[in-house]
Design a protein around this ligand. Structure first.
Ligand SMILES: Cc1cc2nc3c(=O)[nH]c(=O)nc-3n(C[C@H](O)[C@H](O)[C@H](O)COP(=O)(O)OP(=O)(O)OC[C@H]3O[C@@H](n4cnc5c(N)ncnc54)[C@H](O)[C@@H]3O)c2cc1C
Length: 324
């Protein structure tokens, strides 16, 4: 079976490595990344790391992948030719497949009111983004001035980034359009404890603020306002898409030769953009494609861990201040 996997995030690499262990599979991994595999959650804690520790975020360079996986890196898939079953790459190369695995993940979402200023904004969605943020931070350190950062979005990634920038020595202001931080993950008393924690350590939090331009007086503005599954390739090829690529419980698209997995897959109307379900989907897909699992994929129970330095989410509303 000739399998082509698009994307070298958690989903794509897990599927490629799992299938490549089977001698009957020929696996090709195509990716626009050019360094290697890294755990995507690490960059939100990567500002405060030393250069040496930050280099360790890259878990496996592409050169260290097993030879049984053919790698086509630093290249975008431009088009899927479904009838003839091949991919058109941005390099003019063509890649034939029997089974195509779309693991194209998600990109950072910029809210419509800030889209016109996109060139003046930074995001944090990939290792290259982290490296760009570290360069801005280092600019300030070299000039021995403290950099001032605006972080837009008080969800999981925005709060983690604000906390890590602060730990790295930056002055940080966190803008959030809702009345509570991380309102999708935390109960109100927990959000309040988090806001108190930020206040105590010196991260300014501005709630109920919707920005329609980068705020003045900052060296950098990082937008952390959610993610968008990368569905363009699938949509252009006529696959069913909605919030993500629409798949059934077996991760099948409406083309019998194409499956989707990870952040980009919309299963039973839902996206599962977290490490635990993405890994679970990818491991399940390997078993299924190798004929070892006839049951549909079942989402695991999971709770994302919140990584704000020095903050532990209180479990009960004791009315006390946030724990140190
Ligand atoms: C900063 C940050 C912090 C996070 N923290 C947490 C956390 O604490 N806990 C948690 O559970 N989850 C967290 N997440 C979410 C989690 O990291 C993702 O759910 C998971 O990594 C998604 O993996 P994926 O393989 O589906 O997609 P991705 O990692 O996005 O990989 C997609 C791949 O597809 C490639 N690609 C896309 N389009 C093309 C194309 N046309 N041609 C070639 N290649 C292409 C990309 O280069 C990339 O390699 C975080 C995410 C971010 C961004």
């Amino acid at each position: 079976m000739k399998v082509v996997v698009v994307g070298s995030g958690l989903a794509g690499v897990t599927v490629a490595e799992g299938l490549a262990a089977d001698p009957l599979c020929t696996v090709t991994l195509v990716t626009s990344e050019n360094q290697g595999y890294y755990a995507k959650p690490r960059p939100s804690q990567g500002l405060s790391l030393s250069d040496e520790a930050a280099a360790g975020i890259l878990i496996k360079p592409f050169a260290a992948f097993a030879n049984s996986i053919q790698r086509v890196t630093g290249v975008r898939v431009a088009q899927i030719h479904r009838a003839a079953r091949y991919l058109q790459l941005s390099t003019d190369q063509q890649l034939p497949y029997d089974t195509l695995v779309l693991a194209t993940g998600s990109s950072a979402r910029i809210p419509p009111e800030l889209e016109a200023q996109q060139g003046a904004l930074l995001t944090l969605n990939a290792l290259d983004d982290l490296l760009a943020l570290r360069r801005v931070l280092r600019g300030g350190t070299r000039n021995t001035t403290t950099t001032r950062w605006a972080v837009v979005g008080g969800g999981l990634i925005g709060c983690e980034l604000a906390s890590d920038l602060h730990k790295a020595g930056a002055k940080v202001c966190l803008f959030h359009r809702a009345s509570h931080l991380m309102e999708c993950q935390l109960q109100e008393f927990q959000s309040e404890a988090l806001a108190q924690h930020f206040d105590a350590v010196g991260v300014e939090v501005r709630l109920n603020e919707t920005l329609n331009q980068p705020p003045a007086g900052f060296d950098a503005t990082v937008v952390c306002t959610g993610f968008l599954p990368r569905t363009e390739l699938a949509r252009a090829a006529g696959l069913d898409t909605d919030k993500g690529i629409v798949v059934d419980g077996f991760l099948r698209t409406n083309d019998p030769h194409i499956v989707a997995v990870g952040d980009v897959a919309q299963v039973g109307g839902r996206l599962f953009p977290f490490v635990a379900p993405v890994r679970s989907q990818a491991l399940w897909l390997v078993q299924h494609l190798l004929g070892q699992s006839a049951e549909a994929w079942k989402p695991p129970a999971f709770t994302p861990t919140i990584k704000v330095h020095g903050f532990k989410v209180p479990l009960a509303n004791s009315g006390s201040k946030s724990p140190a």
